[in-house]
Design a protein around this ligand. Structure first.
Ligand SMILES: [Zn+2]
Length: 513
């Protein structure tokens, strides 16, 4: 059974609802790592499958942008150190207009939009400022003692007797990460902007008293997590493995949700890490592996497919290299043909939830072929694909091909091995061709006068070489050398069949002279 079908089956069994709200969220403290797409894609599939099961569902994605900046990504100017401790939403963008957080949130949104995923987007900064959190804040403060006990019971963390589950915005230095709240009179919170409250930055020492409502404060994140479930009435929310450890943040939020907000906690599932090259990178450090950067070198459908096919219970390790990308294309194409043959198979479902457009292509040209074809100048690739397909290309076929051509060029520039790259030599290169190889080339030219089928040409080359006592390597080298000035290259019969015949004959004639 497709992992997501199984997950949704259990959710429906455990939780009856007229409409399911599926929630997920992220603190955009820097360029968002590609691994964060796991959460987006997994939650989105759940919402889609619920709809397929005739259940109303909404997928909502939240940005926790009222969190303080607590580390400085390496690509952010050093001057930004002064903002450490300030809410991300209140920090200006490094370049141009808007906020720091807007920059990275928007970048991430544009990536998942390109994957065809369009959740309802919410920002905690707006929720705090508009008063949506007010009730949850009051409940947390009125139940501070219970919250302290939960910290002790679940995480074995001692909180001072006067500790309150609230982070006030300092009225003097505007930092939110540095304030220690110690008294709540039901209306105002008394706090101090403590110089040594956190390790990553210093408070200004200001002492103040203010209402914690309407954006003047935020809840500590584990309390905030529970408060969000309470405010939104979330039905389903999974989380990455790091939050789901025993006595970890999810356990803590669940306990708070049940004890002080008195709600049934959302149905949950945990997902494993998405590693790139064996490493897990946080969004504040990840450079080169951001969702945006990966989406620039991998087509959207492939990126989506990579995650959809991975059961959340199994760690996903991806290498951004030529071999992995080619393999991913082949796997994707196989899923596509499963979808055409038997739409109910598991592989077909993986394709179904990976595809982005409604129209399904009938024919996908193998990526390695597209990579070779784009290197042959003066060739009509569309015609070549049509020949291979045996009928006219549909609009969806053409769209897919255009996309493959685009990404084949990127692939050649960034990932292709030397074996995959070639350039047709317009002038005869200076190469040494043995007399047996010359005989072979002559035979090939004669054969090609009346033959254009790649497979037949290929078999002929192989046989003719053997008859002349040439090793396969010597046989094919003769061709690669005179056309590419290389000792290796694409599949020879297919390569020759795709060249202009006149050009082929002229070149061979020159060798024979
Ligand atoms: Zn301060």
């Amino acid at each position: 059974m497709f992992w997501a079908d199984e997950l949704v089956k259990n959710i429906i069994k455990n939780r009856k609802s007229d409409g399911y709200l599926v929630t997920d969220e992220k603190t955009p403290s820097g360029r968002v790592h590609v691994g964060a797409l796991e959460g987006v894609i997994y939650h989105n599939i759940i919402a889609e499958i619920l709809k397929k099961n005739k259940k109303n569902s909404t997928f909502q994605y939240g940005f926790d942008d009222y969190d303080p900046m607590d580390s400085l990504p390496i690509y952010i100017p050093k001057e930004y150190k002064k903002y450490m401790g300030v809410s991300l939403s209140e920090i200006p963008a490094p370049e141009g207009k808007g906020s720091f957080v807007g920059l990275f949130a928007n970048e991430f949104i544009s990536v998942f939009h390109s994957l065809g995923i369009k959740p309802k987007i919410v920002y905690t900064s707006s929720m705090y400022k508009s008063g949506e959190f007010n009730q949850a804040i009051k409940i947390a403060l009125d139940n501070a003692e219970i919250v302290r006990k939960i910290y002790k019971k679940i995480a074995n963390q001692d909180r001072p007797k006067d500790w309150l589950p609230i982070q006030m915005v300092c009225e003097k230095c505007h930092k939110i990460g540095t304030t220690r709240a110690y008294f709540w009179n039901g209306e105002k919170v008394f706090y101090e902007c403590d110089k040594n409250w956190v390790k990553y930055t210093q408070g200004c020492g200001y002492k103040g008293e203010k209402s914690p409502l309407n954006g003047n404060a935020k809840l500590p994140w584990k309390v905030e997590w529970a408060a969000k479930w309470f405010i939104w009435k979330s039905d389903i929310e999974g989380a990455g493995k790091d939050h789901m450890t025993k006595n970890g943040s999810h356990d803590m939020a669940s306990e708070i949700a049940q004890q002080i907000y008195r709600i049934k906690i959302p149905e949950s599932f945990r997902y494993e890490f998405f590693l790139v090259g064996g490493k897990k990178m946080s969004s504040s450090k990840g450079l080169g592996n951001s969702a945006m950067e990966v989406s620039e070198v991998l087509p959207a459908e492939l990126l989506k497919y990579l995650i959809v096919r991975s059961n959340p219970k199994i760690q996903l390790n991806f290498n951004l290299d030529g071999k992995t990308i080619s393999q991913l294309y082949n796997d994707f194409d196989r899923a596509h043909s499963h979808f055409i043959q038997d739409p109910n198979s598991d592989e077909a479902k993986i394709y179904e939830y990976s595809k982005i457009t409604q129209e399904i292509p009938e024919y996908l040209m193998r990526f390695s072929k597209v990579v070779s074809l784009v290197q042959i100048v003066h060739i009509n690739i569309e015609k070549e694909v049509e020949k291979e397909k045996g009928s006219k290309l549909t609009e969806a076929d053409k769209k897919d091909l255009t996309n493959r051509i685009k990404f084949a060029r990127i692939y050649l520039e960034k990932f292709a091995s030397e074996d995959e790259k070639f350039e047709i030599q317009q002038e005869m290169p200076r190469v040494k061709i043995s007399s047996s190889q010359k005989k072979l080339l002559k035979k090939i030219a004669q054969f090609m006068v009346s033959e254009s089928e790649p497979e037949k040409i290929h078999n002929f080359i192989y046989e003719a070489g053997r008859e002349l006592g040439l090793k396969p390597k010597e046989t094919f080298e003769a061709i690669y050398q005179i056309f590419l000035n290389k000792t290796s290259g694409p599949k020879a019969g297919w390569f020759l069949a795709n060249l202009d015949k006149k050009f082929v004959f002229n070149r061979i004639e020159k060798v024979l002279k």
